[in-house]
Design a binder for this molecule. Structure first.
Ligand SMILES: [Fe+2]
Ligand SMILES: [Fe+2]
Length: 184
């Protein structure tokens, strides 16, 4: 049985959906309430990995019968978001924080399914997904600007690279849908 670990989560089948660079997941972090609260924004906030993962699982299902190739790609991207979520969870736990689905930066807020954006058709969903990736990147950049620990900054900067790739992939899906199907 193939063992998938946090340090090396991807097998070859996942390679189109993430950058090849390794993930610098920190170990032996010291407790730090401020840093763990900052990471909880990316873990369970509005524009979080939890939101991206859930949104892509939904969007994948809506087009599974009509556009199976695109549906498959959306789910694979969702799986990458799950690995991002897992890496953040490891850091939050090491920093002494709770891995409950709560944004604990400022007033604590439970993650809610209201964070998911549904869209009306596949094109609108893919455009929403591009916006969600951009929102995540901007949120990561705000978090990085408040972090002092270089190990955490390195991990978040590495995750941003995957989110940028996801924008490219979602744009390619829109292009694919825009090409008229050949007749005959
Ligand atoms: Fe992500
Ligand atoms: Fe992403």
């Amino acid at each position: 049985m193939k063992i998938i670990t946090r340090d090396q989560p991807m097998d070859a089948d996942m390679s189109p959906y993430h950058l090849p660079d390794p993930y610098p997941v920190p170990v032996n972090l010291l407790p730090n309430a401020e840093e763990s609260a900052l990471l909880s924004v990316a873990y369970a906030g509005v524009n979080s990995e939890m939101t991206a993962l859930s949104q892509y699982v939904v969007h994948h299902e809506t087009c599974a019968d009509t556009n199976p190739d695109i549906s498959h790609d959306i789910l694979q991207i969702g799986i990458i978001e799950m690995f991002h979520l897992d890496m953040l969870g490891s850091c939050i736990k090491q920093l002494g924080g709770s891995v409950y689905m709560i944004n604990r930066y400022g007033k604590p807020q439970y993650w809610t399914s209201k964070n998911i954006k549904y869209g009306n058709d596949l094109i609108s969903r893919l455009k929403i997904d591009i916006q969600s990736e951009n929102d995540c990147i901007n949120s990561y950049r705000r978090i990085i600007s408040r972090l002092k620990n270089p190990a955490l900054i390195d991990l978040l900067a590495r995750i941003i690279k995957d989110e940028e790739l996801h924008i490219t992939l979602f744009n390619q899906m829109i292009d694919k849908l825009s090409i008229p199907k050949s007749v005959g």
